[in-house]
Design a protein around this ligand. Structure first.
Ligand code: PGA
Length: 252
């Protein structure tokens, strides 16, 4: 049995005040009986982490970041080290989001380094993979995702892999309202699990959670979560408002 994990990726939205307000609204609206069997995570921008952390301590919502630098410290202007995220109260970090790949030169090799660095300080990596529209149209979706997995997860032990979450986020579905159909998402999740099985064995593949991301909304989350290999959601736009994120967290 895999514990479902719903994560909100706030991207470059929310001032400190807005972040605090949203967290308070989420905590106020959370149905404890519904979420006792699932994990809930919010990933605010770096500037808001310190302010929201005390609100989340001891609650059902944990704190994550949206990226991390692979080095423990150094002259890397603007970057945030893995230990700094632990220091501010994060337990997880998104790695390899398609926006990082598209706008900031993230590669499978840098994803691989960041995973190792995050694991080294006890952060749970949420590793994003996903194909472009043109790649899907060309019948390359599985090849692209398979390549991202092979590069990103290279050299990991089975024990390390068990600590990861994979997020399948087709790039054409992110922020577009154009969600993958539950059947298409399920097919890719099953493919991802088969690749995990080939690399890490059946037991690990069965245990690792695979989130779907890309225009997850209150009105499609139930159908997505009903798929056997979809174990959670990575939510962008719909995570910015308490009522829509709560409805997603409370999926049925
Ligand atoms: P979206 O973003 O829900 O706004 O499509 C998802 C993501 O980028 O993680």
């Amino acid at each position: 049995m895999r514990t479902p994990i719903i994560a909100g990726n706030w991207k470059m939205y929310k001032t400190i005040g807005e972040a605090v307000e949203l967290v308070k609204a989420l905590l106020g609206g959370l149905d404890a009986s519904l979420v006792k069997d699932r994990e809930v995570l919010v990933c605010p921008p770096y500037t808001a982490l310190y302010a929201v952390r005390p609100l989340l301590v001891g609650t059902a919502i944990s704190l994550g970041a949206q990226d991390v630098h692979p080095e423990p410290q150094g002259a890397y202007t603007s970057a945030i080290a893995p230990g700094m995220l632990v220091d501010v109260g994060c337990s997880a970090v998104i790695i390899g989001h398609s926006e990082r790949r598209q706008y900031f030169g993230e590669t499978d090799a840098s994803v691989n380094k960041k995973i190792g660095a995050a694991l080294g300080v006890g952060l749970r990596p949420i590793v994003c993979v996903g194909e472009l529209k043109a790649e899907r149209d060309a019948g390359q979706a599985e090849a692209v995702v398979g390549g991202q997995l092979a590069g990103g997860l290279a050299g990991l032990s089975a024990e390390q892999m068990l600590k990861l979450v994979i997020a399948y986020e087709p790039v054409w579905a992110i922020g577009t309202g154009d969600t993958a159909t539950p059947a298409d998402a399920q097919a890719m999740h099953a493919f991802i699990r088969s690749r995990l099985q080939a690399q890490f064995g059946a037991e690990v593949a069965e245990a690792v959670r695979i989130q779907y991301g890309g225009s997850v909304k209150p009105d499609n989350v139930d159908e997505l979560m009903a798929q056997p290999d979809i174990d959670g959601a990575l939510v962008g736009g719909a995570a910015l408002k308490a009522d829509s994120f709560l409805r997603i967290v409370h999926f049925r």
